[in-house]
Design a protein around this ligand. Structure first.
Ligand code: ADP
Length: 591
């Protein structure tokens, strides 16, 4: 899946969808694995049971076969112990042949005399007279005088008729002497045949061993007959512990092929039956199922991965689309802000240019009369009325210049935060009264009437006396300036409104157009038409007023009913009537 490597998705590898997908997969995988393990366990358990049961069946069949053979030869041995029959007596042969007919696994019965030569033989006269004195099973009786019965290892018949086991019995004469051995040649081929029938098609290995570890018969490997497997765990370990049992092994000779093994040692014969099943055979169909389940889980993982990836890709697309939208909106907003800033800067620049023009104009306006006065002084007698008038003009103009420069210095101090206020508890009426008194002469010189209304009882505020006086002087100066000479009426009132003290300066002058009311407190702002009528000023007086009032916790507002209908400026300050009296030096109120 190509998009697995997409860094965007990997970076968010703990997205809820990934977690949910993993959980679903883990759950299904755990259930499947649990089911498979349980199934495997059941199959192996079943195989153990089957092997044990088959071993029991084999034991029973084998024991029955060899027991019936033993009973027959025991009968013969007893019969011949006291018989005086001559060698190859037809009557004895007939008796033996009758026995043989009831023993389907036995190829031949024969009696070996104490000298080792065959005395009676169901095969006679086909077989020549032979000595079996060298045969191990015959010698066993000579070596162990008490040995009564014997089962040999797998032997190969001299006549080449295949493998057989000699099951034999000692013949003891009535006087107790050794009378020879009665022998039954049990054909191992017939035993293998029996095992083949029982083990058919099961993938099992059925083997009959002599208890010394040599193979007697088996299925499907009767080619192993005669070989010794004494190193098998059955003989090496298990038979010492018990005559039957079962175990699992992958030891020699079954390296890398794990087997389930069940064994039974026969009670009455030196024989051991062993059933071995390959675990791989038992689990063959299970392995196919497990492979199927594994492939299924892989497909499921791919399917879940696909779903999660598709989901994440869609989410990613949505996120990107949303981010694109946000970016577009943001860039539009940024552009809008840039335009506003540019417009603002342009306007500020215009105002600055305007300010410089106004400043030059103001300076020039003041310089003109001063120069005129100087030339009058040059020409006139210093004591003359003309000289006095010239000096008055110079004083007035220089005073105006000083207040202009003062305003400029003040506003730059306020703007850079360098103004230190001397805050103290003040009687506002007293402050305003003094400021009005100081301005009165100037106002009246312009032909205006000044009306003052102060409160009783006094209104207490916290402020800087000099700066408040400056504010009032500024407002009165404007009122006088923007009211036509001669018929002006300027009212100053101090009053209380709720928890605030108000100072209002009202005139009946030029008024301010509604559109300009909001701008008059801005730096370098002047109402157009006033400028053309050259009232003087730089457009910083009200800006200074607004900042000084704000520094003392108050605010200022302008009101006008429009062109020619006068203006009212109102300063509002918080009252401190209930505040405790200030400390004598006013230190607690200093800013
Ligand atoms: P200026 O130095 O021009 O007086 P201000 O900041 O004091 O500057 O005032 C700003 C503008 O507000 C003035 O130019 C004037 O147009 C207007 N203005 C101020 N006070 C009054 C008033 N009492 N009546 C009419 N217009 C006023």
């Amino acid at each position: 899946m190509p998009s697995i490597g997409r860094p965007g998705i990997l970076r968010r590898s703990l997205q809820p969808s990934v977690v949910a997908g993993s959980l679903v997969f883990a759950l299904v995988a755990a259930l499947a694995a649990g089911g498979l393990l349980r199934e495997r366990h059941l199959l192996l358990e079943q195989a153990h049971e089957d092997a044990a049961m088959l071993a029991s069946v084999l034991e029973e069949n084998t024991a029955r076969t060899f027991e019936s053979v033993d009973i027959a030869i025991a009968g013969l041995a007893q019969h011949l112990a006291s018989s005086k029959a001559r060698r190859h007596d037809p009557a004895v042969r007939e008796l033996m042949r009758a026995q043989l007919r009831h023993l389907p696994t036995v190829r031949a019965l024969y009696i070996v005399g104490p000298d080792g030569f065959v005395q009676h033989d169901t095969d006679y006269p086909k077989t020549p007279d032979v000595s079996l004195a060298d045969r191990s099973y015959f010698r066993a009786y000579l070596e162990a005088p008490t040995l009564q019965r014997h089962v040999s290892e797998a032997l190969q018949s001299r006549s080449g008729t295949g493998w057989f086991v000699a099951s034999s019995r000692r013949i003891t004469r009535p006087d107790g002497s050794f009378g020879g051995v009665a022998v039954a040649a049990v054909q191992l081929g017939t035993v293998s045949h029996l095992y083949r029938k029982l083990g058919l098609g099961s993938g099992r290995q059925l083997t009959l061993f002599h208890k010394n570890g040599r193979v007697l018969a088996g299925f499907p490997h009767d080619s192993h007959v005669g070989r010794s497997y004494a190193q098998l765990p059955v003989f090496a370990d298990f038979l010492h512990r018990g005559s039957s049992g079962q175990f699992e092994t992958d030891g020699a000779p079954w390296k890398d092929m794990r087997r389930i093994v069940a064994y039974r040692a026969l009670d009455t014969q030196p024989l051991v039956v062993v059933v071995a099943v390959q675990e791989a055979d038992v689990l063959a169909s299970w392995s196919r199922t497990a492979t199927g389940v594994t492939i299924g889980l892989l497909l499921l993982a791919m399917a879940i991965g696909g779903v999660v990836l598709t989901f994440e890709q869609r989410q990613e697309q949505r996120r990107r689309a949303a981010a694109d939208r946000v970016t577009a909106t943001e860039s539009a907003a940024v552009a809008e802000r840039m335009r506003a800033i540019a417009a603002h800067l342009q306007e500020a620049d215009q105002r600055k240019t305007q300010f410089l023009a106004t400043l030059s104009h103001e300076l020039r306006n003041a310089m003109g009369p001063v120069l005129n006065a100087l030339s009058i002084l040059d020409r006139s007698d210093p004591a003359s009325a003309a000289s006095r008038r010239a000096r008055d003009i110079m004083r007035e103009q220089v005073g105006q210049l000083r207040s202009l420069v003062d305003d400029l210095l003040d506003i730059s101090r306020v703007n850079s935060g360098k103004v230190r206020l001397d805050l103290q508890r003040l009687d506002l009426g007293d402050v305003v009264g003094h400021a009005a008194a100081a301005a009165q002469a100037g106002i009246e010189a312009l032909g205006h009437v000044l009306v003052l209304r102060l409160p009783d009882p006094p209104l207490w505020i916290v402020g800087d006396r000099a700066r408040l006086a400056q504010v009032v002087a500024n407002l009165l100066g404007n009122a006088a300036k923007y009211t036509p000479r001669g018929n002006g009426r300027i009212e100053v009132e101090v009053r209380r409104e709720g928890s605030r003290a108000l100072v209002s300066v009202r005139d009946n002058g030029l008024g301010i157009p509604a559109a300009d009311l909001g701008k008059v407190f801005g730096m370098f702002e002047q109402v157009e038409r006033h400028q053309s009528s050259s009232q003087g000023g730089l457009g910083i007086g009200l800006a200074l007023v607004a900042r000084l009032v704000a520094l003392q916790g108050g605010e200022v507002a302008a009101h006008s009913d429009g062109d020619g209908r006068g203006s009212t400026f109102t300063v509002s300050l918080p009252l401190v009537e209930n505040e405790p009296a200030p400390t004598p030096d006013g230190a607690s109120l200093r800013a």
